[in-house]
Structures are given as structure tokens and as C-alpha cells.
Design a binder for this molecule. Structure first.
Ligand code: FPP
Length: 240
């Protein structure tokens, strides 16, 4: 039986920790990099599904600041995969009215990847459908530090008084400026960790964890996650 979602209670912003690519490959006796390649297929399916479900924003944890500690070869394959995807998918992004954004320390990425991403960001900037936000070279603590540094500069330059720095003001100094906070955080491969992901933004996010590995994650799993989210009562620290 298909699951029916309530169109009036859709999460506006879904954030995903795409975990388990390595395990998926290892279980099959394949190199870990094959898991990332398979994971890219899932990205394709889930981006399309979010567009069709009229989700406003989807943030994917594509490469964390901690991922630089992985073997060089694996890092290279992930970077190449993102760059290849950025070049290959531009037409699809345009056809589907998807707007691409990137969250993370952009200047730390390989030059050619920066170029490919910039091209897509520029070409899709007027699209009004799904915002696909790739967290690349992303760390939540680093993001908060970058925002604090910017706030300090603005205070130093007399552009804002310390007492006027509100939550809204601070949110707009983060890489995710302008995006609503995620309502739903999905993590695959059964890990019960936040892993330095969107630390400020997930303050009230509903968390949904599945044992399914990212390469096996399908549209039906996404729908299940949203259905579970819709059953929850969000209290935001209050009583209902
Ligand atoms: C986590 O699995 C996955 C990553 C760190 C990389 C995710 C990247 C992609 C799916 C590449 C394509 C993405 C785009 C947007 C083009 P893991 O390696 O930590 O798995 P493990 O925990 O089983 O080792």
C-alpha cells in the first residue's frame, strides 16, 4: 500500500547525512569508491523526488571538513565525482527548475571543482523550484566560527552593535543564509551521530535514522521518513 503524505505538513527543508557508501561497497567486495559512485545515483533519485514533492530545500552532506582525513585516492574520487556531476547535471537542474547552492569553505576546494560549481550556481540562480544545497568542505563548528568572525568585523566597522546581534541576524551570517532551518534530518546507515552537521540550524529538527545504506536508499524511504515526520508533534520547547 502506498503512503499518502499530507501536502499541508511537508517539511520545508530536509537535510541528509548520506552515510554507508563505504560499507555498501565493502559488503560486495568492491573498492569503497564504488560505493560513492552508487551513492551518486541515489542523489539523483532523491533530488528528483524532493522536486516532485515540492520540498523547498534539500541539503546533502557531500564532503565534511573531517573527510580530508580519508585516503588521498578516495578524496580524489569524491571530488571528481562532484565535479563530474556538476558538469553533467546542469541541463537537468535547469529543466527541473532546481537552484544549486553550496555551503562550506568554498576556497578550500580544487580550482576546477570551484569553477564547475560556480557555473551551475550562476546558471540556476533564477530557478524557483527546489534549492539543492551541497554541503562541501563543510563543518558546523567552522561555519559558526566563520560567522562569529564576520560578526566581529561588522562590530569593529561600526555596522552593528553587539546587543543587536539576534538569532536571525546571526543565521544570516551562516553559509545557509536565507534558507529555513531543516525540519527533518535524515541519516542513513544507522549511525546515531550529528557529525558536525548544521549544528546551529538543526536546533529543532526532527531526526530520522534508517539502517538502509545510502546507495540502497530510495524514494520510498524518503516518503517513509516524511510520513514519520508528519506523525510527530513538534513542540519547540513548549507544551502542546
Ligand atoms: C558517506 O559514506 C559518504 C560520503 C562521505 C560521500 C558522499 C558523496 C557522494 C554520494 C558523491 C556524490 C554526491 C554528489 C552530490 C554529486 P561513507 O564513505 O562514510 O560510508 P561508510 O560509513 O560505510 O564508510
Amino acid at each position: 500500500m502506498g503512503i499518502t503524505l499530507d501536502p499541508h505538513r511537508m517539511p520545508q527543508h530536509i537535510a541528509i547525512i548520506m552515510d554507508g557508501n563505504g560499507r555498501w561497497a565493502t559488503q560486495r567486495g568492491l573498492p569503497r569508491t564504488m560505493g560513492h559512485k552508487e551513492g551518486y545515483k541515489t542523489v539523483n533519485e532523491i533530488v528528483r523526488a524532493c522536486g516532485e514533492l515540492k520540498i523547498k530545500a534539500l541539503t546533502l552532506y557531500t564532503f565534511s571538513t573531517e573527510n580530508w582525513n580519508r585516503p588521498k585516492e578516495e578524496i580524489k574520487v569524491i571530488m571528481q565525482l562532484i565535479e563530474m556531476a556538476a558538469r553533467a547535471e546542469l541541463q537537468t537542474l535547469l529543466e527541473n527548475n532546481v537552484r544549486l547552492r553550496v555551503s562550506g569553505r568554498f576556497s578550500g576546494l580544487p580550482e576546477s571543482l570551484q569553477e564547475a560549481l560556480k557555473t551551475d550556481i550562476e546558471a540556476t540562480k533564477n530557478n524557483t523550484g527546489l534549492i539543492l544545497n551541497l554541503a562541501i568542505n563543510y563543518g558546523g563548528r567552522q561555519e559558526i566560527l566563520d560567522a562569529v568572525k564576520e560578526a566581529c568585523r561588522q562590530v569593529r566597522d561600526g555596522r552593528i552593535a553587539p546587543e543587536d546581534i539576534t538569532e536571525d541576524y546571526f543565521s544570516n551570517l551562516l553559509y545557509t543564509a536565507g534558507l529555513p532551518d531543516p525540519d527533518l534530518l535524515i541519516r542513513t546507515a544507522n549511525e546515531l551521530r550529528v557529525s558536525n552537521y548544521l549544528l546551529w540550524q538543526i536546533a529543532y529538527a526532527e531526526i530520522w535514522v534508517t539502517p538502509t545504506l545510502w546507495p540502497d536508499f530510495r524514494r520510498e524511504d524518503l516518503i517513509q521518513a516524511i510520513a514519520d515526520y508528519q506523525k510527530r508533534i513538534r513542540k519547540f520547547g513548549g507544551v502542546v
